[in-house]
Design a protein around this ligand. Sequence first.
Ligand SMILES: C[S@@+](CC[C@H](N)C(=O)[O-])C[C@H]1O[C@@H](n2cnc3c(N)ncnc32)[C@H](O)[C@@H]1O
Length: 228
Amino acid sequence: MPDRIDQDSIGRHYADWFTTGLRGIGMRYVFSRRGLWVINTPYRRILAAARIDARDRVLDLGCGIGNLLIALSERIAFTQPAIGVDVSPALIELGRRELHRAGFDGRVELRVAFATELPFEDQSFDVVISSHVIKHLDDDALLRAFAEVHRVLRPNGRFLIWEFKKSPFSAPLFISARASGLPPAFILRDPNTLARQLQTVGFQAVDRVATGIFLLPPVPRLALLARR
Ligand SMILES: C[S@@+](CC[C@H](N)C(=O)[O-])C[C@H]1O[C@@H](n2cnc3c(N)ncnc32)[C@H](O)[C@@H]1O
C-alpha cells in the first residue's frame, strides 16, 4: 500500500488507460452511461439513499467521463446544472464529448479539479456523490478532500460515497493489480475508518448504505451517506 499518492499521476494514468488502443475502447465503454450496468451495477439503488430531487445542486467528485451525472439527469430534470470534477483533463474532454452526444450540453458541466481543492463557493451544493474515487487519495489528501466536500455543502447537505472495501475478499483486486500493474495506485479502507475521518472534518451523521451486487470487478464495496 502506498503512503503517498500523487494526484496528477493518477490523472495521467487514467488518461492513458482511457485513450490507448483496444483497452481504451473497453474503458470508455464500461465507464460510460451505457456501461454503468457492468462497472456500477447497483448505482440506482445506492443513489436512492441520497434522495436527490430536481432542486438539488449536485456535484460528482471524480466524475470520470460523466456517466453518473448523465444517468441522473436522464431521470431528474435538475433546475440547475449538475457539476462533475475530475483530476484528468483528458477524461473531462472525453466526458464533454459524451455529454454533447447524449444531448446534455448545458444540463451537466464538467471541470478539471483536484478533489482536495474544489473551485466552488462555501455552501453551494446540496449533494456531493463520489463513486470509486477515494481509494486514489492518500490519508492526507482524503482528509483534505472530505474537508472540501464539507465546506461546499449546505447545512444538511448529503455526501454519498461508494468504493471498494478493505476486506479479505478484496484480495483478487490486489492480486490482479500486482500482476497487471494496470490500475493507478490505490488504498482500500474499511467503513469505520472512513466514518471517523468524515466526522473529524465535521460531518454530523454517517450511515452505512447497502450496496447490492457489483458485476465487475466482483469484490466487496462499501457505501456511506454523510450529513453536514
Ligand atoms: C474508477 S474512476 C471512477 C469514475 C466514475 N466516478 C465512475 O464511478 O464511473 C476514478 C476517477 O477518479 C478520478 N480521480 C482520481 N483521483 C482524483 C483526485 N485526486 N481528484 C479528482 N479526481 C480524481 C480519476 O481521474 C478517475 O476519473
